[in-house]
Design a protein around this ligand. Structure first.
Ligand SMILES: Cc1cc2nc3c(=O)[nH]c(=O)nc-3n(C[C@H](O)[C@H](O)[C@H](O)COP(=O)(O)OP(=O)(O)OC[C@H]3O[C@@H](n4cnc5c(N)ncnc54)[C@H](O)[C@@H]3O)c2cc1C
Ligand SMILES: *[C@@H]1O[C@H](CO)[C@@H](O)[C@H](O)[C@H]1NC(C)=O
Length: 413
């Protein structure tokens, strides 16, 4: 018995040693540090987010992926740190931080689990939409529970027949007395089935974007149901399901903004969403660069460590350079959005396009540097690769980002 306790004791001490050690590695000694150029206050909450990622997420990220666990309790702990409504106003429970602050937090959190952080980012986007476009009754009804993550939110735009061409959506909302009757279905809804509050884009008018409105639909509303849980390559710590409306009656008082404003509200949410998703890619790329570096320092082939190969040194140098360049673009877009600058939409799209592509390539090269071990689920690098692959597809595909950037270039005066 005594020996057993001694073992536990030594093991705990070892874990503590290595944890502190890895924290120094992640934070202090790295030339690619994400704290460069930040204010002391930003460095403080960045550290809080990074510690949360290291202590409350990273130890579970493989299990959450393998067992497809939606980590409700861990997310509620994150909400206690203010991460449930980071850029929501404080009078309804939000943290009232800027878009840049938000990006810094999601970047740090995603080192611990990309999939969970990405869901938290969608939840934040929905809470922001209600805070920004809702009236005071709506804000007070929904935002406090969302900020505390006592309730969880989903963003419902995509349909089976309308993805990239989102403005062609068909889900209909017909006014009957003081309710809208919803008919139709949404595809690929993150959190769908497990979440409580659905921010739904639906058609109240004619064709095109001007006929779309935005309704908040609560779980338990008769006529609201869900498809089977999708089997995915990554993002496994959050469920993805179809959301189905069959004569689903939603009170008119649940409409955000005026009739016809829904598409504009949806796109405004996504501008921030794109920065957030790009930030989640940054965290994954940062973690992967460090994993690749550490592997290069211990793995020996041809009688020396991989770190002695100039080819791999150059590879690592390029990965680190692209990581830092990506981070600058995300942060510039975040500041432009915060300041409401005219180039913000374009910059958010550029950040999403460039950063999700480059960071996927960084993680994939980190996997390559691990050789066969990189392909094993015992090594974290494969999960970063799988989890960030979808960032090139959702919240507008990277082809759609090119359309937005080109349109704004070609129409500017
Ligand atoms: C895991 C996951 C979670 C998601 N979560 C959500 C969510 O929470 N809420 C939500 O509303 N949606 C969500 N989505 C949906 C996602 O936003 C869509 O999958 C995406 O917008 C693309 O739509 P699509 O799948 O219909 O592809 P399509 O629009 O059919 O596109 C197929 C391909 O063609 C390209 N393409 C299409 N048109 C053009 C063109 N004119 N020129 C050049 N290329 C073109 C696209 O870029 C893409 O590469 C999620 C998707 C996934 C996979
Ligand atoms: C909704 O769909 C059902 C089944 O297709 C139909 O019976 C009903 O009339 C529709 N309701 C509205 C308001 O369009």
């Amino acid at each position: 018995n005594h020996a057993f306790f001694l073992c536990v004791h030594i093991w705990a001490a070892l874990c503590k040693y290595f944890h502190i050690h890895s924290e120094v590695d992640m934070w202090g000694s790295v030339r690619t540090s994400p704290s460069i150029g930040l204010t002391d206050e930003q460095k403080d909450f960045q550290k809080v987010a990074f510690d949360f990622a290291a202590n409350e997420m990273a130890p579970h990220m493989a299990e959450w992926d393998l067992k497809e666990i939606f980590p409700v309790e861990a997310m509620r702990k994150a909400a206690q740190l203010g991460f449930g409504g980071i850029y929501v106003n404080p009078d309804v429970g939000g943290s009232g931080l800027s878009r840049l602050d938000t990006s810094i937090i999601f970047e740090a959190l995603s080192t611990g689990c990309v999939s969970t952080t990405a869901y938290i980012s969608i939840h934040n986007m929905c809470a922001w939409m209600i805070d920004t476009f809702g009236n005071n009754e709506q804000r007070e009804k929904f935002c406090p529970d969302l900020c505390a993550m006592q309730k969880f939110a989903s963003y419902c735009l995509t349909e089976p027949g309308s993805g990239s061409d989102a403005a062609s959506l068909l889900t209909s909302a017909t006014l009957q007395g003081d309710h809208y009757i919803l008919n139709g279905s949404k595809a690929f809804i993150s959190g769908g089935g497990d979440t409580d509050v659905y921010v739904v884009m639906c058609r109240t008018g004619g064709k095109g974007p001007k006929g779309i409105s935005c309704l908040v639909v609560e779980k338990g509303t008769p006529g609201l149901s869900f498809g089977k849980k999708e089997k995915k390559v990554g993002w496994n710590s959050q469920p993805t399901r179809a959301v189905i409306f069959e004569d689903c009656a939603v009170p008119v008082i649940n409409r955000l903004g005026a009739e016809g404003e829904g598409f504009s509200i949806a796109m405004k949410g996504l501008n921030g969403g794109r920065i957030n998703i790009a930030s989640c890619s940054l965290g994954a790329a940062h973690a992967s660069v460090l994993l690749a570096r550490d592997h290069m320092c211990v793995r020996k082939q041809f009688g020396e460590t991989l770190s002695n190969s100039q080819f791999l040194q150059f590879k690592l140098a390029e990965m680190a350079t692209k990581l830092v360049a990506s981070r600058l673009l995300v942060r510039q877009a975040a500041v432009a959005l915060q300041e409401g600058r005219p180039e913000a939409v374009s910059l958010c799209s550029m950040a999403k396009l460039f950063v999700t592509d480059e960071c996927f390539s960084i993680c994939n090269q980190a996997l390559q540097i691990h050789g066969g071990y990189g392909y094993l689920k015992d090594y974290a690098v494969q999960q970063y690769v799988r989890d960030i692959r979808v960032h090139q597809i959702l919240e507008g595909t990277n082809e759609v980002m090119r359309m937005i950037i080109a349109r704004s270039l070609l129409t500017e005066s």
